[in-house]
Design a binder for this molecule. Structure first.
Ligand code: NOJ
Length: 763
């Protein structure tokens, strides 16, 4: 009887799967028919027009060029899409201009940088990644899509999945840190969150994974700089998150500014066609980055016509802002430098994206004032942003259980970021309004209530350097240099401290000190704040440092001076409330670093999954080993690190089999116990080392993680299933396979503190 029921269930399910596959087939058949018919009616100019993406410049331009004569170009069918147009009214106006005036009435696609939330700004992506919580991350992308589509948008230039190991590079803030496995999980979660299960719904949007590829490996951490690496490193360490996004069905890909193997990514046929389409099977469209086609002239590979033709031939479909396609492709076709098929293929991919978004059924489907009023900055969404932010903070140090703070007594709240609105949103929050954000002072009062006395003093400027401040303040004042002298500000702060039981100092980077074109050669806290921190520590009062940053900082000095230290990134619109929730213990911090925090800049690039070398360093750094004369090799805080107000103990790993064979699966389990006074969450991390290979292999690689909840005194056993698929890597022939032999299976609470067992896996 049971068997029959099972058989029937299997039959029904398989029928359902077949029907779904048929539906998908007939969907793509219908789409092909529609696009074929439309393209038959299109002139060459109209086809090239679809490849043109422009910005009227009302958003924040990220290059020196903005588009001109936008209205006429729309009317003449010379525009495929717009970005940087914010607000349902303006989007409606532009779409109407197109629908009422252009010959074929092909709707425009509207894109934007919805990077970490839309108007309800959530923490910067580096912060989001520190939550290690895929459900939360997917949900935050879903929420951003609901809010952004309610305001008329249907395409987001997110996620950025560039692996970054160099904290000098300001754009490390926009990604998920240094690890390919964690980065891949986040890439998938975000694509799913934005796109949902049906792109044509009016609350889902097309995602655009960027920047393809290797942008995070720019030399010396200087933005837009050259990258160069072996294919083995590319395939194993840098490409996985882009591929994960493609596997998750991302609708579009943005090419990067950098060159790869001497060919700019935007015109790199190996990258955009051989790898992306032929090897990975990507079916969507590729858009350039902001004028990255034109910038190939500076790269030194030809004039505008040459680089535009080269990009189209390479597999680029849409040209952002530079209009190289618009102005030269026709000539290139006449001269045989590109083919009609290449133009048609690119045009088809843009039209298919519009079809999938449902724009041909209803060009105004994302435009609804009612939805905008209901969704944008709704109270529920702000509450979710507050909760999310609290999950991203990483507790680095907590001596004498200084945190959580008591909701009584007097707190001296000091620092240039303690009562600041303009830096809370972080970089790339183009649609957010900093004035709507909650500063820490306000949050502390909200959460602390009337029984706690808070005395605020600014104490120092973010930086005293006026030239530096000028560079940071391009989008509005982020570094506000006080009229008072540094000495006056410090005296005021020390007076406040005199009356207090504990000091909370909110320090770090202004929001624009990270992000695009914001590389730094010094990754410490600016001098003005170092002086403040030093003076505060000398008072002998417990000193809690709340560090806002868009990058891993070298916090060696601060670590030696502070009693407690917590990194809160730039936490978004609800920053102040979320920080107060954590400082007062309403939420127990659970974030873990997704990028290594070095001791000093000289250690950079520094990352946990490095190789052993032939002369690995031993204790005391002896001569002729791979080490430094003046600092240890180890970072200040390793990848995966983060404390909690409670403590966790790990038992030993129990393994289902130590001699597996072939495609068997094994299970590694570990019991984790909450041994402290608070309920809390812990990210249990699985690392594997392939001890001997035909290629050298990293000392450890993250292969799994689980975030668990433990009540005080509670134990849970966490199990990871491991199969040969987890052992695969690309060898020097770029063959993706696993090799038999010894493996170290490691589990722990960060990359540096793990339990280990050995297994021997035979083929
Ligand atoms: C340049 C940036 O590199 C990219 O990330 C962004 O999406 C575009 N500008 C559009 O704003």
């Amino acid at each position: 009887m049971k068997r029959n029921i099972l058989l029937i269930a299997v039959f029904v399910l398989s029928q359902f799967a077949t029907m779904q596959a048929q539906d998908a087939k007939s969907d793509s058949y219908r789409m092909k028919g529609y696009v074929d018919a439309l393209m038959k009616k299109m002139t060459l100019d109209e086809k090239i027009g679809q490849l043109n993406l422009i910005t009227p410049g009302s958003g924040i331009p990220t290059g020196s060029v903005v588009s001109t004569d936008v209205e006429n170009k729309i009317k003449q069918g010379k525009v495929g899409g717009l970005f940087g147009v914010i607000g349902v009214d303006k989007i409606k106006q532009a779409q109407k201009l197109c629908m009422d005036n252009s010959r074929l009435k092909i709707p425009l696609i509207f894109g934007s940088d919805v990077i970490h939330g839309y108007k309800t700004t959530v923490p910067i992506p580096l912060g989001l990644s520190a939550s290690w919580d895929m459900k939360l991350i997917e949900h935050s992308a879903r929420e951003a899509a609901i809010e952004a589509t309610a305001d008329g948008l249907c395409w987001t230039f997110s996620p950025m999945v560039d692996i970054a190991r160099d904290p000098r590079w300001g754009r490390i803030a926009e990604g998920a840190g240094e690890d390919p496995y964690l980065g891949s999980q986040i890439a998938k979660a975000m694509v799913k969150g934005y796109q949902g299960d049906d792109l044509s719904k009016n609350n889902t949007m097309m995602s655009c994974v960027k920047h393809f590829a290797l942008y995070g490996a720019s030399e010396a951490g200087r933005d837009y700089n050259t990258t160069d690496m072996s294919r083995v490193r590319m395939y194993n360490e840098y490409l996985p998150p882009y591929k994960a996004a493609v596997d998750a069905g991302v609708g579009s890909v943005m090419s990067s500014f950098n060159e790869i193997e001497g060919i700019p990514a935007t015109g790199n046929k190996w990258l955009l066609t051989d790898l992306l389409r032929n090897q990975w099977g990507f079916k969507g469209f590729v858009v350039s980055d902001y004028t990255s086609v034109n910038e190939m002239i500076n790269h030194g590979v030809g004039d505008l016509q040459t680089v535009s033709a080269m990009s189209l031939r390479a597999g680029l479909d849409m040209d952002m802002v530079g209009e190289g396609f618009l102005t030269t492709l026709k000539k290139s076709l006449r001269e045989g430098k590109v083919t009609q098929k290449q133009i048609d293929d690119a045009c088809r991919r843009i039209l298919e994206a519009k079809y999938k978004l449902g724009l041909f059924d209803d060009p105004y489907r994302y435009i609804s004032e009612e939805r905008m009023k209901q969704e944008v900055l709704s109270a529920a969404r702000r509450k979710a942003a507050r909760d999310l932010a609290a999950h991203t903070f990483v507790l680095l140090k907590n001596n004498n259980e200084t945190l959580p703070l008591k909701k009584s007594g007097t707190i001296a709240l000091i620092g240039p970021l303690a009562n600041d609105k303009s830096n809370m949103l972080g970089t790339w929050a183009v649609s957010g309004d900093p004035q709507m954000s909650i500063p820490v002072l306000e949050g502390m009062k909200n959460v602390g209530g009337s029984s706690v006395n808070i005395i605020y003093a600014k104490g120092a400027n973010i930086s005293d350097d006026t030239l530096f401040a000028k560079k940071i303040n391009v989008f509005g004042t982020r570094i506000d240099i006080d009229k008072r002298s540094p000495e006056e500000m410090l005296t005021e702060a020390l007076n406040a401290v005199n009356q207090a039981d504990v000091i909370v100092a909110v320090v770090g980077e202004a929001s624009e000190m990270s992000g695009e074109a914001s590389s730094r050669t010094d990754i410490t806290i600016p001098e003005s704040q170092k002086i403040l921190i030093n003076a505060l520590s000398k008072t002998g009062k417990p000193l809690v440092l709340v560090v806002m940053t868009g990058r891993p900082l070298a916090l060696t000095q601060e670590n030696s001076l502070a009693t407690s230290m917590i990194v809160t990134w730039h936490a978004g619109i609800e920053a102040g409330n979320a920080i107060a929730d954590v400082l007062f213990g309403n939420y127990n911090p659970s974030g873990k670093l997704s990028a290594t925090f070095p001791r000093n800049l000289g250690q950079v690039p520094i990352f946990y999954n490095h190789k052993n070398t032939g002369r690995p360093s031993g204790p005391n750094s002896p001569k002729f080993q791979s080490n430094y004369l003046d600092a240890p090799n180890t970072p200040l805080f390793p990848f995966g690190y983060g404390l909690s107000y409670t403590s966790f103990s790990y038992g030993d790993i129990s393994i289902s089999k130590t001699n597996p064979k072939g495609n068997e699966k094994i299970t590694a389990s570990i019991t984790v116990t909450n041994t402290g006074k608070y309920d809390g969450e812990e990210v249990v991390q699985l690392y594997i080392r392939d001890v001997v290979g035909t290629n050298t292999r990293p000392l450890k690689e993250l292969k799994g993680f689980q975030k668990i909840n433990l009540k005080t005194g509670e134990s849970k056993t966490v199990s990871f299933s491991i199969s040969p698929a987890d052992l695969k890597f690309y060898n020097h022939n770029l063959k993706y396979d696993w090799e038999p032999g010894e493996f170290h299976i490691m589990i722990g609470g960060n990359s540096d503190d793990v339990k280990m067992v050995k297994v021997n896996w035979a083929k």
